[in-house]
Design a protein around this ligand. Structure first.
Ligand SMILES: Nc1ncnc2c1ncn2[C@@H]1O[C@H](COP(=O)(O)OP(=O)(O)OP(=O)(O)O)[C@@H](O)[C@H]1O
Length: 357
């Protein structure tokens, strides 16, 4: 791997717990249940780099992990393990992400721009341009939840290109617009490329991929199947799609089911061992390989379950809040309850009766 990259993703995995109910999810968060939660590994160890000024395409069949990877790179969701090093601000345009449904278009513009560190004055200065590019008329004053997917995509794209990020991530956002809008977007993306910006472009349209991308990564059920020059990877992918489409229906289903089963059966510890073995073969004199790999796997990762320390702290805070509530209801002061705890069960307040009947 080189040091001159804009984005580096190394041994990145993403596990989703397949909870059946919301209460199972809560129990697992607080680790109150020993019940095994079925795991699903949407990414099984992806490593790739994107060079400054490069446009990298992400292709793959439905459910292969393209959006998961682009959401991890843009910081929308955390990875389960691995290194994600992004050198610069990212802005993601996706059909279903980035815009808050309850807020109007105008409020969404301001929110996103403020989150990117812009001042209100800077936002006011570019507001007209964003609205003009999105071209959604008076809908800009309406909550985004009332928008069609094409309108969301127009607004999302317009915001993303005007806030001028270092890295633009476009996840299928061009597939829902009309031809005129698509053309406008293509021109804007070209301007971004000419300005030396880095772009990740996710699409099912191989024509769009061929038009925009310098290199392409083909993601296949959580694995990086191939990465390389656009022409080569698209050629291989087209051949795969042709082969897949020619399969009888039941073989297609089996192929998909087998891949999903492998994603459920994936074991992160086995993957870590495999990476250690590979690294040891490359660096036979390095005694620290296992430690280094473990650090790379877990040091940049935010735990999605509570640590023991946090669990104890949460329990202490919860007990303290309940006690304070009970003291408040009892009507005694904190000092008197501390001196005589049984007072908590002897409320001072008495029901006043009306004697003037
Ligand atoms: N929050 C989640 N919980 C459980 N599974 C999820 C979650 N998000 C995604 N997945 C699963 O992860 C896998 C990868 O999904 P992802 O959306 O990244 O695929 P994709 O390649 O972008 O697909 P598409 O081309 O259909 O948009 C899919 O099997 C999906 O069902």
């Amino acid at each position: 791997m080189t040091t001159d990259y804009k984005i580096k993703v190394q041994n990145v995995t993403k596990e989703f717990d397949l909870f059946k109910t919301r209460s199972d999810q809560l129990k697992a968060f607080f680790s109150l249940s020993n019940q095994e939660i079925p795991e699903f590994w949407a990414l099984k160890g992806i490593s790739l780099e994107v060079a400054p000024g490069e446009t990298l395409g992400l292709i793959g069949v439905n459910g292969s992990g393209k959006s998961t990877l682009s959401n991890i790179i843009s910081g929308v969701i955390p990875q389960t393990t691995g290194v994600v090093d992004v050198r610069g601000d990212t802005s993601i345009v996706a059909i279903n992400s980035g815009l808050r449904g309850q807020l109007t278009g105008l409020e969404n513009i301001r929110l996103k721009a403020l989150m990117m560190g812009m001042t209100n004055k800077e936002i006011d200065d570019m507001l007209d341009d964003i609205i003009a590019f999105a071209d959604i008329g008076d809908f800009v004053y309406q909550p985004v939840k009332s928008y069609s997917s094409g309108m969301k995509s127009r607004l999302g794209f317009s915001i993303a290109v005007h806030i001028n990020p270092d890295i633009l991530i476009i996840d299928e956002a061009l597939s829902v617009g009309d031809d005129t809008f698509y053309q406008k977007c293509v021109e804007r993306i070209q301007e971004f490329k000419d300005a030396g910006k880095t772009i990740i472009f996710v699409s099912h349209s191989l024509k769009q991929i061929e038009l925009m991308c310098d290199r392409v990564a083909w993601i296949q059920y959580g694995d990086l199947k191939q990465i390389g020059p656009t022409k080569e990877v698209v050629k291989e992918y087209r051949a795969f799609i042709k082969w897949f489409k020619a399969l009888p229906k039941k073989d297609k289903k089996k192929y998909q089911n087998d891949a999903k089963e492998r994603q459920k059966a994936f074991k992160i510890d086995d993957f870590e061992k495999q990476v250690v073995e590979q690294r040891q073969a490359e660096e036979p004199n390095n005694q620290q390989v296992a430690r280094d790999v473990h650090k790379e796997f877990y040091s940049g990762v935010i735990s999605e379950t509570m640590s023991w320390g946090n669990r104890i702290l949460t329990a202490v805070v919860a007990v303290a809040v309940i006690l304070l509530m009970l003291i408040n209801i009892s009507g005694h002061s904190l000092t008197s309850v501390v001196q005589q705890p049984s007072l908590i069960f002897q409320p001072t307040t008495s029901v006043t009766t009306n004697s003037k009947r």
